[in-house]
Design a protein around this ligand. Structure first.
Ligand code: SAM
Length: 210
């Protein structure tokens, strides 16, 4: 057993809504690359503490992280999710509607970089961001999030430890290098207070300075 399994066993209770989303991925033969349950549980808790109302997610898949974000928002909170594959948008929408969040969700289909640029043109702002799509664009997603952030906004980023590969000097995989570069960039960003937590696959959290 490792620390994450121990935490999961203790704190992640039976969760039929979340399990239904994972089942829908399996039924549709979509690989489960959702966040792990302990990361979801932590995100819900953190989002409740943050008081965030308007959230933006990059990478919807089947709506598993979306469910955990929505659970942290108030009843009238909203989640806009950016996703490049229309079948994932349909599935996430269906899953989150079934979970009772149909009124709280919206999606933008297409490349997240394009959608982020559109949102900037539209002068949209958010107080919570969750970045969980193509790793090579993490730095761009971070900068785009800062550009759309309200003061004190919270930015969460998944997979920042990549199962420990980021701190294995022998590992020179392309994606590991992207994440290493991202982590260094994050650690030295003048507009952010930031840290990486070793929960799940490594969750970075940052506060946009007011
Ligand atoms: C790791 S999965 C997201 C998992 C989801 N956040 C969860 O935990 O339930 C990454 C998602 O990002 C989407 N994606 C990949 N590249 C993208 C891009 N350039 N723009 C928007 N979405 C993208 C993929 O189609 C996939 O659904």
């Amino acid at each position: 057993m490792n620390a994450n399994q121990y935490i999961q066993n203790l704190f992640v209770k039976k969760d039929p809504e979340a399990e239904a989303i994972l089942q829908s991925l399996e039924d549709n033969e979509i690989p489960n690359i959702s966040i792990p349950p302990e990361t979801g549980h932590f995100m819900t808790l953190l989002i409740k503490l943050s008081g965030a109302k308007k959230a933006l997610e990059i990478g919807a898949l089947g709506g598993y992280s979306g469910l955990h974000i929505l659970r942290g928002l108030p009843k009238d909170g909203t989640l806009l999710s950016l996703e490049i594959r229309d079948e994932y948008v349909d599935l996430a929408k269906e899953n989150l509607t079934k979970a009772g969040y149909g009124e709280n969700i919206s999606y933008r289909l297409g490349s997240a970089l394009d959608s982020l640029e559109q949102l900037k043109q539209e002068k949209e702002t958010f107080d919570l961001f969750f970045i969980d799509a193509d790793k090579r664009n993490y730095i761009h997603y971070l900068e785009a999030s800062i550009a759309l952030a309200r003061p004190n906004a919270l930015i969460l980023v998944d997979n920042t430890l990549r199962g420990g590969r980021v701190y294995d000097p022998e590992n020179q995989e392309k994606t590991t290098k992207f994440i290493r570069e991202f982590n260094e960039y994050l650690s030295d960003h003048a507009q952010l207070d930031a840290i990486i937590l070793p929960i799940g696959d490594g969750l970075a959290m940052a506060r946009v300075k007011g």
